[in-house]
Design a protein around this ligand. Structure first.
Ligand code: CAA
Length: 257
């Protein structure tokens, strides 16, 4: 049987590809555990500076596997800590992660894309939270991350009507960082990831941590956090290298220190 999650290393970029084409990349335990293992591996690899999570041309992921979930009762979901147990590993990644989305990103598919740091969408991408059609609600952050990304009006619209949003609308609404032609999606995502990975890794991690803090704090607290992290960058050797390289009109050689 083919691996449901495939990993590749492209220079300093770790690529994670969901590969369950017969089920539109629906997310069962095997897939989510595979993503978790891949994130663990790339987080631990000092040579990796950024990750890209992608699916296929047709589907990034069409949500949690409905056939698998259909047998759950409350006690089972609670006891296994469904979603929290393994899906959240993407959220806790400290290195930047780009979601490269083509085709359907529905339900849990849209939710794992939103756990990433930014979404690049192919012009074929379709985002949605159609759980209400199944008699359930978005359960992997959809009701929380979607309104933060697109505001209450569109989040309510998508979660309550179950309609899909195309890539253009998703970019206009602020869910998506860039829309690119489908045949250039992976190339563009890998290029952006390589750019990120060319910078100092600890500094990229500090940028990610600081931007994420904006969603967890008041402006004053967020600014205080940013200022402390900013001051700490003067203790990062790569900051000396970056600024010296600019002044000396040469390329910096970052050492991730
Ligand atoms: N779970 C399990 N199987 C799925 C699936 C899912 N989420 N999505 C698609 N599949 C399967 C289909 O059952 C079908 O399998 P068979 O060939 O064996 O019949 C195969 O993938 C191809 O799908 P379709 O024939 O339906 O393809 P389509 O092009 O007509 O439609 C689609 C594509 C619009 C994505 C449609 O498949 C669909 O609506 N899928 C379900 C989307 C959904 O409801 N997602 C939310 C899941 S719940 C959730 O995610 C909870 C959470 O918050 C964590």
């Amino acid at each position: 049987m083919a691996d449901v999650v495939i990993t590749e290393v492209h220079g300093k970029v770790g690529l994670i590809r969901i590969n369950r084409p017969e089920a539109m990349n629906a997310l069962n335990n095997e897939v989510v555990d595979g993503i978790t293992a891949a994130v663990d591996r790339f987080e631990a690899d000092e040579n990796i500076g950024c990750m890209v999570l992608t699916g296929s041309e047709k589907a990034f992921a069409a949500g949690a596997d409905i056939g698998f979930m259909k047998e759950f009762d409350y006690m089972h979901a609670y006891k296994i800590d469904f979603i929290t147990r393994n899906w959240e590993r993407l959220r806790t990644a400290r290195k930047p992660v780009i979601a490269a989305v083509a085709g359907f990103a529905l339900g849990g598919g849209c939710e794992i894309a939103m756990m990433c740091d930014m979404i690049f969408a192919a012009d074929t991408a379709k985002f949605g939270q159609p759980e209400i059609k199944l008699g359930i609600i978005p359960g992997a952050g959809g009701t929380q991350r979607l309104p933060r990304a697109v505001g209450k009006a569109k989040a309510m619209d998508l979660c309550l009507t179950a309609r899909m949003m195309d890539a253009t609308e998703a970019e206009r609404a602020g869910l998506v960082a860039r829309v690119v032609p489908a045949d250039q999606l992976l190339e563009e995502a890998l290029k952006a990831a390589a750019t990120i990975a060319s910078y100092s890794l600890p500094v990229a991690m500090m940028v990610k941590e600081s931007v994420n803090r904006a969603f967890e704090s008041s402006l004053n607290e967020g600014l205080l956090f940013e200022r402390r992290v900013f001051h700490s960058t003067f203790a990062v050797q790569d900051s000396k290298e970056g600024m010296s390289a600019f002044v000396e009109k040469r390329k910096p050689a970052f050492k991730n220190r």
